[in-house]
Design a protein around this ligand. Structure first.
Ligand SMILES: C[S@@+](CC[C@H](N)C(=O)[O-])C[C@H]1O[C@@H](n2cnc3c(N)ncnc32)[C@H](O)[C@@H]1O
Length: 259
C-alpha cells in the first residue's frame, strides 16, 4: 500500500538543507555523499552513521523501501527529511532517479586489513581514471568477499560518483588510497594480457591483485615488482577487457576455487 507523503517533520523545511551544508563544510571528505536509494540502503545495512537524508518525496522513497528493502522502511521513516522540490539538484551533481541523497560518516567504514591478517585477495587499481569503474570494482569486492580495494593516483575512490556507482558498498569492504611505493605486503599478482593463463592458477592467500589503468595498462614499475603476471583468456584480435570486467573475472575465479 503506497505511503502517503508525510508532512514536513520540521517547521522550517530548509533546516535539513542547512545541516547538509554545515556537515559538508565542517567534515569535508569525512562526510560521504550517498546519492540515491541504493547507496543509502547499503550504507545503512553495513552500519554507517547517516546524520542527514533528504528527499523531495518521502512517500515514494518509503514505497521503494517497502518494495526493495523492507528492513529499512522503519529506520528511513525516522531518518528522512522532506525538502522543497528542486533542492536535491542543488546538492548533488546529477540527482538520482530514486530522489534521495544523504551524508554518511566515513569513519565507520571498514579499514584495510593488516597483511598478516588477510586471507582474501586485496584489489589494487593502479591509477584508475573512470569513477564508474572504481565503483563497480568496490561493488565486486563487497559481493565476492575480497579484502578491499586500494587505488593509486589522483582519482578519489570515495568521490560521490564512485560511491554512487558502488551502490554505497564502500561501507561493506575496505576502500582506500595507497602510495605506489608503500603497498601492503603479500604476493603481488599483476593482471596483464602477456601473463600466465589464470585458469591454471590457484591464487595464494592474501594476494594483492594489481590491475592497470584503463588507457595504458600496467605501469612498468608495477609490472617489474609483480611476483607473477596473470592473463585472462581472450579471442585473437581482442586487445583487452574493461577494467572492472577484468576484476570480476579474477574474483570469480578465486571464489569458485575457495573451499
Ligand atoms: C582496459 S585494460 C588496459 C588496456 C590497455 N590499453 C593496455 O594496453 O593494457 C585495464 C586493465 O585490465 C586488465 N586486463 C584487461 N584485459 C586483460 C587480459 N586479457 N588479461 C589480463 N589482464 C587484463 C589489465 O590489468 C589492464 O591493465
Amino acid at each position: 500500500m503506497p505511503h502517503r507523503p508525510e508532512t514536513s517533520s520540521t517547521p522550517d523545511p530548509l533546516a535539513p538543507v542547512r545541516s547538509w551544508h554545515r556537515l559538508r563544510a565542517d567534515e569535508g571528505d569525512a562526510a560521504v555523499v550517498l546519492d540515491g536509494f541504493h547507496a543509502l540502503k547499503h550504507a545503512l545495512r553495513f552500519g554507517a552513521h547517516v546524520p542527514v537524508a533528504l528527499t523531495e518525496d518521502a512517500g515514494s522513497v518509503l514505497d521503494l523501501a517497502d518494495a526493495l528493502a523492507p528492513d529499512l522502511t522503519a529506520p528511513l521513516r525516522t531518518l528522512l527529511d522532506e525538502v522543497p522540490p528542486g533542492t536535491l539538484g542543488t546538492l548533488v551533481p546529477r540527482a538520482h532517479p530514486t530522489g534521495v541523497a544523504a551524508l554518511a560518516a566515513r569513519a565507520g567504514a571498514p579499514a584495510v586489513p593488516r597483511s598478516g591478517a588477510r586471507t582474501a585477495p586485496l584489489v589494487l587499481l593502479d591509477d584508475p581514471r573512470n569513477l564508474g569503474n572504481v565503483g563497480a570494482v568496490v561493488r565486486l569486492a563487497a559481493g565476492c568477499g575480497a579484502a578491499g580495494v586500494l587505488t593509486t593516483g589522483g582519482t578519489d575512490p570515495w568521490h560521490p560518483a564512485a560511491v554512487r556507482a558502488g551502490a554505497g558498498l564502500h561501507f561493506a569492504t575496505a576502500v582506500a588510497r595507497a602510495e605506489p611505493d608503500a603497498l601492503p605486503e603479500g604476493p603481488l599478482y599483476a593482471l596483464d594480457p602477456e601473463g600466465d593463463d589464470l585458469r591454471g592458477l590457484d591464487l595464494p592467500e592474501g594476494v594483492l591483485l594489481a590491475f592497470g589503468t584503463e588507457r595504458h595498462g600496467l605501469s612498468p614499475a608495477l609490472r617489474k615488482r609483480a611476483d607473477r603476471l596473470v592473463s585472462l583468456p581472450m579471442e585473437p584480435l581482442v586487445s583487452s577487457y574493461n577494467l572492472a570486467t577484468s576484476v570480476a573475472m579474477v574474483l570469480y575465479h578465486w571464489m569458485s576455487r575457495r573451499p
